[in-house]
Design a protein around this ligand. Structure first.
Ligand SMILES: Nc1ncnc2c1ncn2[C@@H]1O[C@H](COP(=O)(O)OP(=O)(O)OP(=O)(O)O)[C@@H](O)[C@H]1O
Ligand SMILES: [Mg+2]
Length: 344
């Protein structure tokens, strides 16, 4: 069979989303089902690991069945199964990995363990069945990975070749959105809530600090978070209403400026041909607008629905390992702390 027609069933359970998807040729999405636990965890203001595992157990097989049904396929029409091996919550990862192993064993299909972070990047290759595909990203490229747990600048010289240039020294960008949202009494997850609140705010109302660091490619967001906290506390001390929209807009503008300027500088310094922006925070409208507003580099940003956790991206990354000729047994374990740079 031609590589372009290889079909991969992707399975994702690293955090609070149980997801399954079928992707052809690493690009074409036939189905993409995400069972989100957001409502369940919202009452705790973050992910409650034990509850997450229990929900994955409940959702995993119905989610896979829905992905097959939506694609009008059965397991025998799939060429391989890809599953998130890490990083993520151990108790959550193990549910997806064990389900994938059981399906691989029963069907005789190859099983490919995938790094969740490389999968976020491979979301940039995806498009829906029936929609016109954009051009494929070209190497060498700079990938800005901005998610709930990670913020990293990565140089990719080719498929599956990752060199980490720098990363956050403290909070991830998504984590900063979530923490600042909590300070502003906004809902969980914080990213979309801050984006919505910022619509009515002035991004220049407050001048929040951008961290100066020894390495130009590292990030730090904890000073920014503290500056927001001080500002909020100052209003509370004077029993004045907190101007949520202005603070949200100014905070968002500071994060966007930090991410945008470092990524552009990294692309220029490392003579990249193109840029990928991926991970949950790449759903942010202001961040997308910043990259779309320049014409120095072609920038690939996944469709908003593919920025946060999903299994289509796991299938897309699994496809690359499959065509790379890699094969794996069934005796691998989950890797809760697996960094991206060792996944090549
Ligand atoms: N529109 C948005 N603007 C800003 N941040 C957003 C937006 N939408 C989602 N996010 C943030 O993205 C994060 C979730 O992204 P993602 O699902 O990639 O993270 P994760 O899987 O929990 O972490 P990781 O991928 O690092 O393991 C959350 O922190 C959320 O607040
Ligand atoms: Mg993620």
């Amino acid at each position: 069979m031609k590589q372009a027609h290889l079909r991969v069933l992707g399975i994702e359970s690293s955090c609070d989303e149980t997801a399954a998807a079928i992707v052809e040729g690493g690009r074409v999405i036939h189905s993409n089902v995400v069972a989100s636990q957001i409502d369940l965890h919202a009452q705790y203001g973050g992910v409650y690991p034990e509850l997450a595992s229990r929900e994955h157990v409940r959702a995993i097989y119905p989610t896979v069945e829905a992905a097959l049904k939506n694609a009008y396929m059965n397991l025998s029409e799939i060429d391989a199964i890809a599953v998130t091996q890490g990083p993520g919550l151990a108790g959550s990862l193990v549910i997806g990995v064990n389900a994938a192993k059981a399906m691989a064993l029963a069907s005789g299909k190859p099983l490919i363990p995938v790094n969740h972070l490389e999968a976020h990047i491979y979301a940039a290759w995806l498009h829906k069945a029936g929609s016109k595909p954009g051009p494929e990203p070209k190497f060498p490229l700079i990938a800005l990975l901005v998610s709930g747990g990670h913020t990293e600048l990565v140089l990719m010289s080719d498929h599956l070749q990752y060199q980490s240039l720098g990363s956050t020294l403290d909070d991830a960008a998504g984590e900063a959105f979530d923490k600042v949202a909590r300070l502003l009494n906004l809902s969980y997850p914080g990213g979309p809530a801050i984006q919505a609140a910022a619509l009515d705010g002035n991004p220049e109302a407050y001048k929040f600090p951008i961290a100066r660091l020894d390495s130009p490619w590292d990030f730090s967001f904890s000073g920014l978070k503290t500056a927001v906290m001080r500002q909020v506390d100052a209003y509370k001390d004077f029993a004045t209403d907190v101007p949520v929209a202005d603070i949200a807009a100014s905070f968002q503008a500071t994060v966007v400026e930090t991410l945008f300027s470092k990524t552009m500088a990294a692309a220029e310094t490392h003579k990249a041909r193109e840029i990928i922006v991926a991970g949950g925070v790449s759903a942010n409208r202001a961040l997308r607008d910043a990259f779309r507003g320049q014409n120095k580099f072609k920038v690939h940003i996944p469709h908003v629905s593919l920025c946060t956790d999903n299994a289509a991206m796991i299938a897309a990354a699994g496809f690359r390992h499959l065509v790379n000729g890699e094969s794996y047994g069934l005796d691998f374990d989950v890797l809760p702390n697996w960094p991206l740079s060792t996944s090549a």
